[in-house]
Write a protein that binds this ligand. Structure first.
Ligand SMILES: Cc1cc2nc3c(=O)[nH]c(=O)nc-3n(C[C@H](O)[C@H](O)[C@H](O)COP(=O)(O)OP(=O)(O)OC[C@H]3O[C@@H](n4cnc5c(N)ncnc54)[C@H](O)[C@@H]3O)c2cc1C
Length: 384
C-alpha cells in the first residue's frame, strides 16, 4: 500500500514539497495538500496590486488547477493537528498520514498594535494590501508612516520596498512635495545580513527624502491625535499609516501544543520536529532564517527529499543550506538582488543592482514557480 503524506498549507513551502514529491513518485505516493483558501498569491504580488501594477484576479493561482500525479487538494480549514498520531482534523473531514509537512505560514495579530485597526492599514494580508489600492489612489498627499511593531516579520525588505514604491507613485501623481514618508524599523539597517544592499537602500532613502528611523518600532497608534508612538519614546504624526502587523503562528498550531516561544522548533538542517516523520517548514517554523518564500521553498525541498528517501528506504542525506535570493524593488521598476547565506558562519549577503535589467530575473522567478507548482504559464505583474 502506498504511503500518504499530509501537506498542511499550500503556500511557498507546501506547494514546493508537493511538487517535488509528486514528481519523484509519479503517482506511487499519496499526497494530500490542504489549504483553506482558493489559491496562492505571491507576497510581492500584494505590493503589485496595492500599487496598481496589476489586478487581484491576475495574481491569484487557483488550487483547483493543480493536477499532479498522486496529489489531492482539499480546500478546508485545519482545526486540529495530532503530531504523535499524524492525524489532522479539518472542516472537510479527518486525515491520517505516514508523514506530515506543516507549512501553515504566519498569521497576523492586528490587536498587537493598539490603534492599528481604528487608525491605520496593514498591508501584509491579501485583503489589506488589495484594499489599499483604492485608498492610495484617492490619497491626496500628507504624512505617511510605514511601521513595524515587532519581529520576526515576513520578507524584511518589503517595508523598504513599500516606501520606495510609494515614493514613485506619489511623484507620478505630482503629490510627493506635499507628502512625507517615514519608515520605522526595529533593525539598525534595512537588510541586516547585507551591508551592501542596506547601503544602497539608505542612499536611495536619502536621495528620495524618505525619513529612516532605525532600531525602534511602532508601539501603538493614537486614533484621535493621529500620531504613532514609537518604542524610543518619540511620536510621528500621520495622515496615512501603513503597518506590518505582529506575526504569530496560526491558532491551530498553538492549540496543538507544537510551539516553543511562539514558533515550531525544528532541526534547522533537516526541518524535522521532535515528532518522528513530522516536518515544519517556512514562516511557522523557527529555522534561524528570515521569514520569506525563498527560504520556505528551500526548506520544503529538503523536507520533501528526506521524506522521499524514507519512503524508499534510502539514506536521508539532503540537508538545508540556509541560502536564498531576494529581489528588492527600488521603485520605478528598478530591482536589486540580494543573495544571503545563513549557515556558513556569520550570515553573509551579496548585492547586485539596482537596475531595470534585473526586473527580468524577478519576473522569471515568479513564472518558474507557477510553471513548477501549477504546470501552466503566467504573465507576471505588468503595468495595467
Ligand atoms: C508584502 C509582502 C511581500 C513579500 N515579498 C516576498 C518576496 O519578494 N520574496 C519572498 O521570498 N518572500 C516574500 N514575502 C514573504 C512570503 O510571502 C512568505 O514568507 C511565504 O509565503 C512563506 O511561505 P510559507 O509556505 O511558510 O507560508 P504561506 O505561503 O503563508 O502559506 C501558508 C498557507 O497555509 C494556509 N493556512 C494557514 N492556516 C491554515 C489552516 N488552519 N487551515 C488551512 N490552511 C491554513 C494559508 O491559507 C496559506 O496558504 C512577502 C510577504 C509580504 C507580506
Amino acid at each position: 500500500m502506498s504511503k500518504r503524506v499530509l501537506v498542511l498549507g499550500a503556500g511557498f513551502g507546501g506547494l514546493e514539497a508537493t511538487s517535488i514529491l509528486a514528481e519523484e513518485f509519479d503517482g506511487d505516493l499519496e499526497i494530500v495538500l490542504i489549504d483553506s483558501t482558493e489559491g496562492f498569491v505571491f507576497g510581492f504580488s500584494k505590493l503589485d496590486v496595492m500599487f496598481a501594477r496589476t489586478s487581484a484576479d491576475r495574481v491569484l493561482h487557483r488550487y483547483s488547477d493543480i493536477a499532479k500525479p498522486g496529489v489531492t487538494f482539499v480546500r478546508a480549514e485545519i482545526t486540529a493537528i495530532d503530531a504523535v498520531a499524524k492525524h489532522v482534523e479539518t472542516t472537510g473531514g479527518a486525515f491520517d498520514g505516514d508523514f506530515l509537512v506543516i507549512a501553515l505560514g504566519a498569521d497576523y495579530d492586528i490587536s498587537g498594535t493598539p490603534g492599528l485597526a481604528e487608525a491605520g492599514h496593514e498591508f501584509y494580508s491579501e485583503a489589506g494590501a488589495f484594499a489599499l489600492r483604492d485608498i492610495l489612489a484617492s490619497f491626496e498627499g500628507g504624512d505617511v508612516v510605514i511601521g513595524i511593531t515587532s519581529g520576526p516579520f515576513k520578507c524584511p525588505p518589503a517595508p523598504s520596498e513599500t516606501a520606495l514604491m510609494l515614493d514613485a507613485m506619489l511623484r507620478d501623481r505630482g503629490i510627493r512635495d506635499s507628502s512625507t514618508i517615514s519608515l520605522v524599523m526595529p533593525f539598525p539597517r534595512p537588510i541586516p545580513p547585507s551591508p551592501d544592499a542596506s547601503s544602497a537602500l539608505l542612499a536611495t532613502f536619502e536621495e528620495r527624502d524618505i525619513a529612516w528611523h532605525p532600531d525602534t518600532s511602532v508601539r501603538s497608534l493614537d486614533a484621535d491625535e493621529r500620531v504613532a508612538h514609537l518604542g524610543d519614546g518619540s511620536t510621528l504624526p500621520f495622515d496615512l499609516y501603513l503597518g506590518v502587523p505582529v506575526h504569530r503562528v496560526p491558532a491551530v498550531i498553538e492549540s496543538a501544543g507544537l510551539t516553543v516561544d511562539g514558533w515550531i522548533p525544528v532541526d534547522s538542517r533537516t526541518l524535522e520536529t521532535s515528532w518522528p516523520d513530522v516536518y515544519a517548514v517556512g514562516d511557522c517554523a523557527a529555522v534561524g532564517t528570515p521569514r520569506a518564500g525563498v527560504f520556505a521553498e528551500r526548506q520544503a525541498a529538503t523536507a520533501a527529499r528526506r521524506i522521499a528517501a524514507r519512503v524508499r528506504g534510502d539514506s536521508e542525506d539532503s540537508l538545508y543550506d540556509g541560502r536564498g535570493v531576494c529581489y528588492v524593488e527600488f521603485g520605478g521598476d528598478e530591482i536589486g538582488i540580494v543573495e544571503v547565506a545563513f549557515f556558513d558562519g556569520r550570515p553573509r549577503g551579496s548585492f547586485e543592482g539596482p537596475s531595470l535589467d534585473l526586473a527580468a530575473q524577478k519576473h522569471e522567478f515568479g513564472v518558474s514557480r507557477i510553471r513548477r507548482w501549477f504546470d501552466r504559464d503566467w504573465a507576471a505583474a505588468v503595468a495595467e
